[in-house]
Design a protein around this ligand. Sequence first.
Ligand SMILES: *[C@@H]1O[C@H](CO)[C@@H](O)[C@H](O)[C@H]1NC(C)=O
Ligand SMILES: *[C@@H]1O[C@H](CO)[C@@H](O)[C@H](O)[C@H]1NC(C)=O
Ligand SMILES: *[C@@H]1O[C@H](CO)[C@@H](O)[C@H](O)[C@H]1NC(C)=O
Ligand SMILES: *[C@@H]1O[C@H](CO)[C@@H](O)[C@H](O)[C@H]1NC(C)=O
Length: 405
Amino acid sequence: MRATFALALLLAVAWADHHHHHGSHHSHHDDMMKCQKLSPPNADFAFSLYKNINSKTAAGKNIFLSPLGISTALSMLSTGARGDTHQQLFSTLGYSGMDQNTVNEAYNHLFHMLGHSQANQVLNVGNGLALRDNFAPLNSFTSDITKHYSADIFKVDFSKPQEAAAEINNFIANKTHDKIKDMVKDLDTSMAMVLINYVYFRGQWEKPFDGNHTSKAEFFVDENTKVEVDMMKRTGRYDFYQDMENHTSVIMLPYKGNTSMMIVLPEKGKMKVVEDMICKDHLRHWHDSLTRNSVDLFLPKFSVSGDVALDESLKELGMTDAFSDIADFSGISEEVKLKVSKSSHKAVLSVDETGTEAAAATTIEVMPMSMPERMILDRPFLSFILEHSTKSILFMGKISNPTEA
Ligand SMILES: *[C@@H]1O[C@H](CO)[C@@H](O)[C@H](O)[C@H]1NC(C)=O
Ligand SMILES: *[C@@H]1O[C@H](CO)[C@@H](O)[C@H](O)[C@H]1NC(C)=O
Ligand SMILES: *[C@@H]1O[C@H](CO)[C@@H](O)[C@H](O)[C@H]1NC(C)=O
Ligand SMILES: *[C@@H]1O[C@H](CO)[C@@H](O)[C@H](O)[C@H]1NC(C)=O
């Protein structure tokens, strides 16, 4: 064995789309209290990461990621980190006031809640560990990640990088129902393990759009660029808030179950102002200010795919040691020196009227006799997929151009 092994962190592989179907529901008050501890630090981390990635993203490009997936994967990694490496991971994640056991337990409860709180939707958040076949990590590490992070552990032969990549890709494809098939392209033969997180969400609009009302319309990517989109239209009762002071309109589109999409539409030309200031307090403030209104909603159909190399962003947010030769992962192995060699993230989302099943279930609402508000998403907007029982940001992103996959 070589002295230093690499440890790749694939982080989240995510897919969100809008189709059928079932699940069971239970209420677990204690679980809720425990896992909601993670909610404020995870939201702060989500916005810090978003801002960092945004600063590296060209104008007019979409951004899409799973903050919950990334926090989960890094927390799983932190179970094996020690010393400054651990301290940096925890302070970047916003967990400095907690210890590893508290965080592990909170994730344990979070997975439990997510597994039990859905009806009419599929939400799978989970982890995997692809392990070099002649490398044995400490039992305490493997037992922590299987117990608290529900990680599936499997052996791969990294001396055959192509076969190893294929096995990891199969695992990811299986967990994302074939939506993401080629996450890993090249692997180093010196890899000791690859940590994997996936988030798979398939939701169904509580109030589906009628495809008959979808028509071609213009979307203004910026002052000089317009593209043609399939614009869905629905008039209905929605939770809506117009925040003049903060230059935004906000609407909540619920899925069946405990999940909603919050759409934040900055005034013309104010995207940058809103992005620069936005933090979890705005999200909460908007959430609490929403009122039920009649709204004429125009939302483009779109698919976005976010592929981010996170190394630089995570380093800039403070996790420098994990990627360097002074990394301390002695909680994973005392004999072999490990460092993180790479961390990448991929998330995919598609939004449409809602597939065939739901089209049959179009709801008719009684509208009061007042002029509806208008929310026309014909310019860049922000979108958040929120899970309410755990107060998690499953996904967030900026849709700058709905025609750019
Ligand atoms: C939402 O979550 C709560 C708390 O876990 C649960 O009691 C409820 O049944 C869930 N609702 C649906 C529709 O899944
Ligand atoms: C994933 O693999 C398991 C076990 O082989 C199988 O039962 C399941 O149907 C697969 N799921 C998908 C979505 O391919
Ligand atoms: C869309 O229009 C077709 C043809 O007019 C009609 O048969 C169908 O019921 C409409 N769909 C909905 C959801 O109203
Ligand atoms: C603008 O955002 C801030 C921070 O969330 C909030 O305190 C303020 O009330 C918002 N303004 C309006 C008009 O909602």
